[in-house]
Design a protein around this ligand. Structure first.
Ligand code: BES
Ligand code: MN
Ligand code: ZN
Length: 501
């Protein structure tokens, strides 16, 4: 979709649908007064009878019947002006394009709330673009002609800006959003891909393709190399599947040559059946999303490269399929991880932490500035936070705080859980250095406490995206399925990297 910036009054734009954002109690603004006039008082009336008061997520459609160049005017509410943020704009833009596509209006122009923005105007333009692009996404690769998206998306959208703002800055913001959303879409596509086509090798090939599309470097370790390295935990998880595991490594060199990199690690379980500790059939299909962390790392690396971020980055994705079979690892097995620490497997369904253990150890050889891992790690995280927040835990409060801040800014919100040493008792084993489950209490925390044992040598944070990587209902700019969570969050974090240092 093409997105053009135009300096004009929204009331001068000729289009089949002019969308204007409004804040609550803001109808005294000259723009809305003029609009009300042209509508013969309909806006006032709608306001008075409670049809539209610009609450967040509220919409109202007018047909100005020839009194304006636009065929229709769609007002979208942002809620109280003092609470307006980029997330509200993302949602408003997403909901607007959704309606326009469903009703097949064909054209669209979009205006931010009048008289707002100030120095943050470019951020608002970026958010609007994100909302438009991310709401347009559908996963329809396997849908036959007729079943394909029946909506009609506008081919181009005009973003209408007020006279006092800088057009160039806005155009740069649009370009940024386009690159970022390209990466989010890749992440969603990978998460939505079904398990039958999504093997660890498939994931590696997709990472290679992302490297070819950008200036990333890609290296992939196969089964033999993993055995030679001694990645016993990753190999243990993978041994029940006929599909071989991979360790995928992407590199982005945007910083000084001697600068320590940020390492991103993402869980890449291409399908999690639970293994011998088999999951129940209910919703097992959704476990194709268990590589959401890995997909987000691939997406973040692609975005960093396209945006030419001035940092050194390494992405590491341990990829495996967790299956039950005659060759599968069993409850009671003891694995020797790459770090040398031994792990008692009490439940083969707690596989994510095992493959992450080896990937975190592997990260050490890059002498990282800091390490962030992302994983659909625990069902307990959904119990604790639902689908509204990613859990964050770590061994460095400065780093955690920077991630929390990036969460607020990007709209991909985080909530911190404690990682006190007391939790370590729950994963003590009598036959190995550590066991892979800590029972039902504090499931998200004991999983992180397990990872902590492999993240001793660097500043580290863990993001549990079990509740946020997949949605089973449409959101304003997130259609159901893979959400692409993590990409916008981490790019926002990397933009402000000095704050974490
Ligand atoms: N991939 C799952 C966690 C998960 C569950 C993600 C639901 C998204 C939605 C993970 O591998 C898992 O099975 N975790 C177990 C751990 C338990 C056996 C200690 C869980 O959460 O039940
Ligand atoms: Mn599992
Ligand atoms: Zn899993």
């Amino acid at each position: 979709m093409d997105i053009k910036i135009r300096k004009a009054s929204p009331l001068q734009i000729k289009t089949s649908c002019m969308v204007i954002c409004a804040c609550e109690k803001d109808f005294s603004n000259p723009l809305f007064k003029e609009l009300d006039q042209k509508l013969g008082g309909l806006l006032r009336k709608a306001q008075r009878n409670g049809e539209f008061s610009a609450k967040a997520d509220e919409q109202i459609l007018f047909q100005p019947a020839g009194h304006l160049p636009a065929e229709r005017v769609l007002l979208v509410g942002l809620g109280p002006a003092e609470q307006t943020n980029t997330e509200k704009i993302r949602r408003a833009a997403g909901q607007a394009i959704q309606l326009i596509a469903e009703k097949k209006f064909g054209q669209m122009a979009f205006a931010l709330p009048p008289g707002t923005g100030g120095s943050d105007y470019a951020a608002q333009v970026q958010a609007a673009t994100e909302g438009l692009l991310l709401a347009s996404y559908r996963y329809d690769l396997f849908l036959g002609g007729k079943a394909k998206d029946s909506r009609k998306l506008p081919k181009a959208v005009t973003l209408v800006i007020e006279a006092e703002h800088d057009k160039k800055c806005c155009e740069t913001a649009v370009e940024k959003a386009q690159k970022l959303c390209r990466a989010v879409v890749l992440t969603r596509d990978l998460v939505n891909a079904p398990g039958n086509i999504k093997s660890p090798d498939f994931l590696a090939e997709q990472a290679r393709a992302a490297a070819n599309e950008s200036s990333l470097k890609c290296k992939v370790l196969g089964q033999k190399e993993l055995a030679k390295e001694g990645c016993g935990a990753l190999l243990g998880v993978a041994q029940g599947s006929v599909r071989e595991p991979r360790l995928i490594i992407l590199e982005h060199h945007g910083g000084r040559k001697d600068e320590a990199p940020v390492v991103l690690v993402g869980k890449g379980v291409t399908f999690d059946s639970g293994g011998i500790s088999l999951k129940s059939a209910d919703k097992m299909d959704e476990m194709k999303m268990d590589m959401g962390g890995g997909a987000a790392v691939i997406g973040t690396m692609l975005a960093a490269s396209l945006l030419e971020l001035p940092v050194n980055l390494v992405g590491i994705i341990p990829a495996a399929e967790n299956m039950p079979s005659g060759t599968a690892y069993r409850p009671g097995d003891i694995l020797t991880s790459l770090s040398g620490q031994t792990i008692e497997v009490l439940n083969t369904d707690a596989e994510g932490r095992l493959i992450l253990a080896d990937a975190l150890t592997y990260a050490k050889r890059y002498q990282p500035k800091l390490v962030i891992d992302m994983a659909t790690l625990t069902g307990a995280c959904i119990i604790a936070l639902g689908h509204q927040a990613t859990a964050v835990l770590g061994n460095d409060q400065n780093l955690v705080q920077s991630l929390l801040d990036a969460g607020e800014k990007s709209g991909e919100r985080l909530w911190q859980l404690p990682l006190w040493d007391e939790y370590d008792q729950l994963i003590k084993s009598s036959v190995a250095d550590v066991k892979n489950t800590g029972g039902r209490p504090a499931g998200t925390i004991t999983a992180a406490a397990f990872l902590k044992k492999f993240a001793n040598d660097f500043r580290w944070a863990h993001l549990d995206i079990a509740g946020t990587a997949w949605r089973d209902m449409d959101q304003p700019y997130i259609p159901k399925g893979g959400t692409g969570v993590g990409v916008r969050l981490l790019i926002e974090f990397l933009h402000n990297l000095p704050a974490a240092e």
